[in-house]
Design a protein around this ligand. Structure first.
Ligand code: UTP
Length: 291
């Protein structure tokens, strides 16, 4: 039902400088896989097959990653190293990748509006690849798609954060209509300390209905001079319905050094070491180095 997933990936990633000076933040590896590949896998698991990526200057490696590399593949063909490409080959074969460039970085709302050409007039998902989400059961997007089937309106994923961290996020307040589901009444982008309407912070997973595009078009630059998706969503919430969903699973803020390290440790222990298919070679190397 929701077939397309938009990946705004044009930002500068300044919190991770100097690593992101010439490398896209979305291509930073968590263990042996770039962040954006985790996001694409989550979207495929949620039934999507159209990956719409908003890029910018210096982001070519994202396009190269989701394409064949004939030279490399020829080089390792017939060796046991081919196993390491199993996952990415499956990803490339399962989805169609389209790209558009955001010429000026005017904020997340503007990046989403830039993706309109690729998304068209249908409900779609948004993944911010630097928020890495993992869950033992359904992924966060799959959970949100089930909810969308029931409610047919925009949905934002939220998590409870400590009070002294609310100023880093868009924060919602609203009425709880079911376990873990809130009808949004208010939404504030990066509230000043002590002024957050709750401790429910929006993370990088959204499902949006296409009327959001016109609402973004009518949105003036807000916090930080950027066109904020939260401002457009608040209009949508006031004129119709927006839900906030407290998802099941872990989310790591890989745009920050601390979150990135946590994600790496978690994925190494819980995904990499348990994955028989892909990491055989890596595991052999690890075992050798531990001897
Ligand atoms: P962030 O603010 O987290 O990303 O934007 P950033 O600007 O790249 O990172 P810092 O804060 O400077 O370290 C959230 C998401 O929106 C995208 C970013 O790529 C990121 O995935 N984004 C942001 C755009 O695509 N375009 C923009 O103009 C702004």
């Amino acid at each position: 039902m929701i077939k397309k997933c938009l990946f705004p990936a044009a930002g500068y990633g300044t919190r991770f400088l100097p690593a992101t000076k010439s490398m896209p933040k979305e291509m930073m590896p968590v263990v042996n896989k770039p962040l954006i590949e985790y996001g694409v896998e989550e979207a495929i698991d949620a039934g999507m097959d159209g990956m719409c990526i908003v890029t910018g200057r210096g982001k070519h490696s994202i396009m190269d990653h989701f394409d064949k590399n004939y030279e490399l593949e020829h080089q390792i063909s017939g060796t046991n190293k081919e196993e390491l490409l199993v996952d990415i080959r499956e990803v490339i074969d399962s989805a169609n990748f389209t790209y558009i460039r955001q010429r000026e970085m005017k904020g997340l709302g503007h990046a989403i509006l830039t993706g309109r050409e690729l998304v068209g007039d249908e409900p779609f998902a948004v993944v911010l690849a630097d928020d890495l989400c993992v869950n033992e059961g359904d992924g966060v997007l799959a959970q949100m798609v089930s909810l969308f089937k029931q409610f047919r309106c925009s949905i934002v994923a939220v998590q409870e954060v400590p009070e002294d961290e609310t100023h880093k996020y868009g924060v919602i307040s609203g009425e709880m209509i079911k376990d873990n589901i809130f009808r949004v009444e208010d939404m504030v982008e990066k509230p000043e300390k002590g002024k957050a309407p709750s401790n429910l912070a929006i993370i990088g997973r959204y499902i949006l209905t296409p009327d959001i595009f016109e609402l973004i078009e009518g949105t003036e630059p807000g916090k930080g001079g950027e066109i904020q998706i939260t401002d457009a969503l608040l209009k949508q919430a006031k004129s119709g319905c927006v839900l906030a969903y407290k998802f099941k699973g872990h989310r790591f803020d890989c745009g920050s050094v601390e979150g990135y390290i946590e994600a790496t440790n978690y994925c190494y222990e819980n995904l990499y070491l348990k994955d028989d298919k892909v990491s055989t070679l890596g595991k052999q190397a690890t075992q050798k180095s531990q001897k």
